[in-house]
Design a protein around this ligand. Sequence first.
Ligand SMILES: NC(=O)c1ccc[n+]([C@@H]2O[C@H](COP(=O)([O-])OP(=O)(O)OC[C@H]3O[C@@H](n4cnc5c(N)ncnc54)[C@H](OP(=O)(O)O)[C@@H]3O)[C@@H](O)[C@H]2O)c1
Length: 273
Amino acid sequence: MIVVTGATGNVGRYVVDELVEAGAKICALTRDPEVARMPAGVRVARPGDLPFDGVTAVFLNPVVLWGSGPEEFLRQAVWHGVRRIVTLSSAAVVEAGPGNQIGEHHRALEVAIEATGLEWTHLRPGAFASNAGQWAGQIRAGDVVRGPYAEAQLAPIHEADIAAVAARALLADDLVGRTPVLSGPQSITQAEQVRIIGEAIGRPLRYEELSREAAREAMTGGHVSAEIADSLLTMFAASVGRPAEISPETERITGRPGRTFAQWAADHAADFS
Ligand SMILES: NC(=O)c1ccc[n+]([C@@H]2O[C@H](COP(=O)([O-])OP(=O)(O)OC[C@H]3O[C@@H](n4cnc5c(N)ncnc54)[C@H](OP(=O)(O)O)[C@@H]3O)[C@@H](O)[C@H]2O)c1
């Protein structure tokens, strides 16, 4: 049986679908099984009730370990004979530089997993296309999105493509011990992302740039820590005027071109209307 942690999440939900389609036996973890709405035949459990017995592989979303740390989870996995862990890590791991809290956090988890002696694959995606969901409230309320660094370039990846790679890593053996960096197929600015969402919902939208200070205040006033806000803002600043690197790994592993941001916006148009 394969366990999918964070099964209702941006990536986890697609991982569930990929594995169901492949005919795998899976257990989806969610804190709220009653509202999770998983496909028929999928076993659903709360993280605290994870049935490790008979589990061969785990799709591990680090957010489910926040608060507890990975030690107990990994100890249980080893004890119960889990063979493989596929980690939802981050491209920030390979982005050097001081203050890279996101990279350091994910690398620490990768190191802990490698120390278990289990088989592992660490997926290292860059920016998720679903980050654009943070603008949904502003877009539903008007035609202007306010945020930092309008010209920051990213290669947003559709979460379904991350999930396709995750499923491959869980079901086949060729990605064991690998750390594929995953990106979307195009480098686009934040302002272009907003314009593309406008096209998907049939309404012209524009991006209005906030100062770094104002953006930091808005981020930390929500549920983002000061360290993560600074880390993200520094990443954005560094990518102004610098095309984002397009990783060939997504297409090489899945065997098809990565989904574009326009595709993502079309898939999620209802979230913005
Ligand atoms: N966003 C990006 O651009 C980006 C880029 C690279 C890497 N990453 C990494 O990807 C991971 C996030 O992935 P994601 O966006 O798929 O996750 P997500 O959608 O934010 O969360 C996945 C699921 O985990 C559960 N969950 C959330 N917080 C939890 C908590 N404190 N304890 C237990 N369960 C919790 C929730 O499910 P239930 O409510 O059903 O329990 C949620 O649906 C992070 O490690 C992030 O750093 C993100």
